[in-house]
Design a binder for this molecule. Structure first.
Ligand code: BJW
Length: 233
């Protein structure tokens, strides 16, 4: 692709939808009967930890039943074959990008398969239920471990690395995200400010569509492999 060496890709829930994981804001905007904005906050966790653990335990259990789809596979191919800089920033907390083979990957909203203990400050891999009785492997405290997930009002991971990559990007591509949640929703404007070309691949135009130079509408499993084939020429 002429003039493009550094690429930043942002993915959201839409990239995993065809693997069978529900998006957040589809149709009635509810997730398991709850608004995501009500469950995914530190305040909700303090108020009702059992409910929040139940929400994340169910999603962690579902992870083992699903597989990467052609969109994840195509992004892994891009990672393996693109000779320039690449950063795949995902808002998703599932592990489908790494299971497909992506390596230059950053989970800005955390990971379902990790826990975080505020008592020890440590983070650790986690499989199966966490619940309220989880024991921290670092400090052995009981009931302090929480999902390593970035909730509303908390700082996303890797912002320095993301900002640096956006400042160097020649091309910014957003895939399967509604553009409803910041700071990710602002990445397109940052990338444009620094001179990058911008492209959106989404089932339908997102909230932020107007900020992209080009928008393509359709399912990620079709659009992403086609785009990756174009880029790799
Ligand atoms: C398909 C498809 C297919 C479907 N193919 N496409 C007012 C203004 C601005 C900001 C704020 C504000 N008030 C508060 C804020 C800040 C707040 C925020 O953005 N709030 C909004 C509600 C306005 N943000 C935060 O608090 C963040 N932290 C923060 O800002 O820290 C301060 C800071 C300061 C300075 C610099 C940096 C930071 C933290 C946000 C944490 C978000 N966490 C969640 C939940 C946790 C993870 C989890 O439980 O899974 O992350 S919320 C939820 O939304 C989740 C997602 O990652 C995130 C984005 O959702 P996504 O991925 O876009 O999903 P959907 O469902 O919205 O969209 C899916 C899209 O796919 C749709 O467009 C479909 O069309 C498409 N699609 N099928 C292709 N087959």
């Amino acid at each position: 692709m002429a003039g493009v060496r550094n690429i930043v890709v942002l993915t959201g829930a839409g990239v995993s939808a065809e693997s069978g994981l529900p998006t957040f804001r589809a149709s009635d905007g509810l997730w398991e009967g709850h608004h995501v904005e009500d469950v995914a906050t530190p305040e909700a966790y303090a108020r009702d930890p059992a409910l929040v653990h139940q929400f994340y335990d169910a999603r962690r259990a579902r992870l083992v039943e699903v597989q990467p789809n052609p969109a994840h596979d195509a992004l892994a191919r891009l990672d393996a074959e693109w000779p320039g800089e690449l950063l795949l920033v995902t808002q998703n907390v599932d592990d489908l990008h790494e299971r497909a083979g992506s390596r230059r990957l950053l989970h800005m909203h955390g990971e379902l398969t990790r826990g975080w203990c505020p008592a020890s400050g440590g983070r650790c891999g986690w499989s199966g239920d966490m619940g309220q009785g989880a024991v921290c492997p670092a400090c052995a405290s009981v009931g302090r471990v929480r999902p390593d997930i970035v909730w509303f009002g908390e700082m996303p991971y890797g912002m320095d690395r993301i900002d640096a990559a956006l400042a160097r990007a020649d091309l910014f591509v957003s895939i399967g995200t509604s553009g409803a949640v910041y700071p990710a929703a602002g990445f397109v404007r940052t990338a444009r400010y620094h001179g990058a070309q911008t492209l959106e691949l989404n089932l339908e135009p997102s909230h932020g569509s107007v900020f992209f130079e080009e928008s393509r509408a359709g399912p990620a499993s079709e659009l992403v492999p086609r785009w990756v084939a174009e880029v790799l020429g």
